[in-house]
Write a protein that binds this ligand. Structure first.
Ligand code: 13P
Length: 247
């Protein structure tokens, strides 16, 4: 069975005081125990957030890592620094980094292999742009992202992979994929994972959906057999709207 997770990507949207208010607000909440909580604060807030969440079962991850141990890479952060805070999760390949920072599938593959070697869980984001969808390339794009991103990942390490399907046209636009559109791609992803690993591994990998997830659409999305949770931006950045996703 895949893990069920409703994850929050805080992006670069919060200052310290709003990150603290949000962290304190979610820490004490009683939520639907069927879903794990995993949040991705900005790197500058990770220390504070992990301090506040100490003793809770809310998981914390980094929005990005550089694939190296401690070394001379100005402006980057690495796994050793995250381990100091007890962090073992990281996002890889968010479309904002692919698009604005020109991160390639090959570089994302380096990050994934590095994270897995260091015993981190990589939440690997994939998804097509509007132009790619409209020109009928969704499955080709997603297939290439999966195969190039997961190149050389061993069956053993595949247990530390979580996929997040985030159609770029649905991110921050209010234009959510319909449950049917999302399920179609999630099933495709599941089958690609089967071809890379095997059926039983593929059935155990969580595939999260991201893109304008809100309290009023989450139930219909999660009712689909291959949607195992969410990777949520906007709605995860306020206590009430994040907690409402767990109702
Ligand atoms: P929104 O939920 O704001 O559309 O963002 C989705 C996202 O990019 C999560 O990583």
């Amino acid at each position: 069975m895949p893990r069920k997770i409703i994850s929050g990507n805080w992006k670069m949207n919060l200052n310290l005081s709003s990150a603290i208010t949000l962290t304190e607000g979610i820490k004490t909440a009683k939520t639907n125990q069927n879903y794990e909580m995993l949040v991705f604060p900005s790197s500058i807030h990770l220390q504070k957030v992990t301090e506040i969440l100490n003793g809770s079962n809310i998981l914390v991850g980094a929005q990005n890592i550089y694939p190296s141990t401690l070394n001379a890479f100005t402006g980057e952060i690495c796994v050793d620094q995250l381990k100091d805070l007890g962090i073992t999760y990281a996002l890889v390949g968010h479309s904002e980094r692919r698009q604005f920072l020109k991160e390639s599938n090959e570089f994302l593959n380096q990050k994934i292999l590095f994270l897995l070697k260091e015993n981190f869980t990589a939440v690997f984001c994939i998804g097509e742009t509007l132009e790619e969808r409209e020109s009928g390339k969704t499955f080709d794009v997603v297939k290439k992202q999966i195969h190039e991103g997961l190149k050389s990942v061993s069956k053993e390490d595949s247990k530390k992979i979580i996929l997040a399907y985030e159609p770029v046209w649905a991110i921050g636009t209010g234009k959510v994929a319909t449950p049917e559109q999302a399920e179609e791609v999630h099933l495709f992803i599941r089958n690609e994972l089967k071809s890379i690993f095997d059926e039983s591994i593929s059935n155990d990998i969580s595939i999260l959906y991201g893109g304008s997830v809100k309290a009023d659409n989450i139930k219909a999305l999660m009712s689909k057999p291959n949607i195992d949770g969410g990777l949520v931006g906007g709605a995860s950045q306020k206590v009430e709207t994040y907690l409402a996703l767990f109702q």
